[in-house]
Design a protein around this ligand. Sequence first.
Ligand code: SAH
Ligand code: DHB
Ligand code: MG
Length: 225
Amino acid sequence: MTQDDKWNAIDDFIVETFLEEDPALEVAQAACDAAGLPKIQVAPLQGKLLMMLARALQARSILEVGTLGGYSTIWLARGLAEGGRVTTLELDPRHAEIAERNFENAGLADCVTVRVGSALESMAALHSESFGPFDLVFIDADKPSTPDYFDWAVKLARVGSLIVVDNVVREGAILAAQSDNKHIKGLRAFYARAAADPRVTATAFQTVGHKGHDGLAIVQVTQAP
Ligand code: SAH
Ligand code: DHB
Ligand code: MG
């Protein structure tokens, strides 16, 4: 067994043990595949982690940066407290349209709002509208802007909020301190900012399995933003 086969077999084992058949998410994913969307949604076990974090926070207000077809959004929405809402930000109107249809099919249209446009502009607008504070923010859009999304996320949060950032390992590419790759530079700048920000407490972990070697950062706002 190669190392990859082993990680995948363990991924399968955990999925078979902890995940049930999930027709709503399967239908949503099939719609994304049929529309030709890139298969870069979070892994099922990571989606479930997002749902559980939302539940642990008794989240009434969740912000997502990067909707794609709404796969991760559906997991987040499932973790909402009664009457709660997910606001999800997406640049591509075609992605947003597919996602909206998926929310309707999943019976979640009433608790999810998609804002189409540049996430940086949407976050600035949410801030100027005094929208929030968000209990949970999931950052999963274009990687070069991750440090700026992180700054806005802190501004839009409260003490105790969690900010989750996807793709923070990229098969170890983040080790390349001198990289001119804009994605890697963005992710490294996020680490540096989170580490230097006295208002937050941060950790990150590596993940393996069918989505390859990557990682998630989890940051808690511990001082008033
Ligand atoms: N969170 C999703 C995957 C998101 S993929 C899931 O796990 O199911 C990243 C998404 O970010 C893509 O749909 C892409 O169109 C969007 N995106 C890229 N740049 C953006 C920007 N500047 N503002 C908002 N969304 C952006
Ligand atoms: C890519 C983006 C993601 O958010 C992800 O989870 C995996 C891959 C990408 O752009 O390649
Ligand atoms: Mg991602």
